[in-house]
Design a protein around this ligand. Structure first.
Ligand code: PLP
Length: 302
């Protein structure tokens, strides 16, 4: 039996049901998060990664959609830990909080409705390959922008854009899409941020290039700088992807995933790059609480 958080309580999953009339289901006005917790065999412990940061982002997103819930960030962190405990989880998992307008009413608006939160967990190893590298294609779909559906928000409706680009990539024989923004610059993948490496320097699109403010992106910048690699946030053009020495995606789901082919051209020598691997190595240690200086990224779930 799996337990989920629903309507203020942890309940068996089969008791967590919403009506077909639920407002957010129709208009895509739900905000969600994707959080990970990792199991460390050595210490037999679960480690929650960036729990607080994810709930802080959730609250910022909710503010934009005019949503308020009864729970506080502190309470949500505790509820998430509790959910892992009651489900007796001892494996790497993904945690999905979702805030939605629960009113059984018609009309797409952001006022006069009641927001509720539900949270569930599920086992998740690698969302995309992290070892051999993946193939990506530049999408024919354009990234949303701040005056349409803000890419800053993890809002359900925005993921139609992700679904278009990811599906197109898969149908074209690739693993993931790279999406350009309205100005033709690289924004991100369908559900991950992107970095390129040129001459020992990391380059990633700025927050103003229609990307999600990725929590992993921030962590990768810290790791890279601590390893002595400079990081630049600036526009990236499509063909700069083709001449980059290394390219990788990052995200809670994606973790750190090397890209070895883009639009049928090899990235570097067509193998995961050295700098990507060195960052990956630190990241995978850090998420299991094994790196002292990044200990505040994780919380132990006793
Ligand atoms: C569109 C998009 N970009 C980037 C990311 C990576 O963000 P984070 O590192 O906060 O998980 C995600 C995944 O959550 C995403 O959906």
């Amino acid at each position: 039996m799996e337990y989920v958080y629903f309507e203020g309580k942890i309940v068996p999953e089969d008791q967590a049901k919403i009506s077909v009339k639920t407002n957010s289901l129709h208009y895509g006005t739900a905000i969600f998060e994707g959080i990970r917790a990792y199991y460390d065999k050595e210490t037999d412990k679960m480690w929650g990664l960036f729990f607080r940061e994810h709930y802080e982002r959730l609250f910022q997103n909710m503010k934009v959609l005019n949503m308020e819930i009864e729970e506080t960030i502190d309470q949500l962190v505790e509820i998430t830990k509790e959910l892992i405990k009651v489900n007796k989880i001892k494996s790497d998992i993904y945690i999905r909080p979702l805030v939605y307008f629960s009113d059984l009413k018609i009309s797409p608006k952001l006022i006069g409705y009641t927001a509720k939160i539900t949270i569930y967990t599920y086992p998740l190893g690698d969302y995309i390959d992290i070892n051999d590298g993946i193939k990506a294609v530049v999408s024919s779909w354009t990234r949303l922008n701040d005056n349409m559906i803000p890419p800053r928000l993890k809002v359900a409706g925005a993921y139609v854009n992700s679904a278009f680009s990811k599906t197109e990539a898969i149908l074209n024989g690739a693993d993931e899409a790279i999406v350009l923004n309205k100005n033709g610059f690289v924004s991100e993948g369908s559900a991950e941020n992107i970095f390129i490496v040129r001459n020992g320097k990391l380059i990633t699109p700025p927050l103003s290039d229609d990307i999600l403010e990725g929590i992993t992106r921030r962590a990768i910048i810290t790791i890279a700088e601590d390893l002595g690699y400079p990081v630049e946030e600036r526009h990236i053009s499509r063909t700069e992807l083709y001449v980059a020495d290394e390219v990788f995606f990052c995200g809670t789901g994606a973790q750190v995933s090397p890209v070895v082919e883009i639009d049928h051209r090899k990235v570097g020598d067509g193998k995961p790059g050295k700098i990507t691997k060195s960052i990956q190595e630190v990241y995978f240690q850090a998420v299991r609480g094994r790196v002292e200086k990044y200990k505040d990224w994780v919380i132990p779930i006793e």
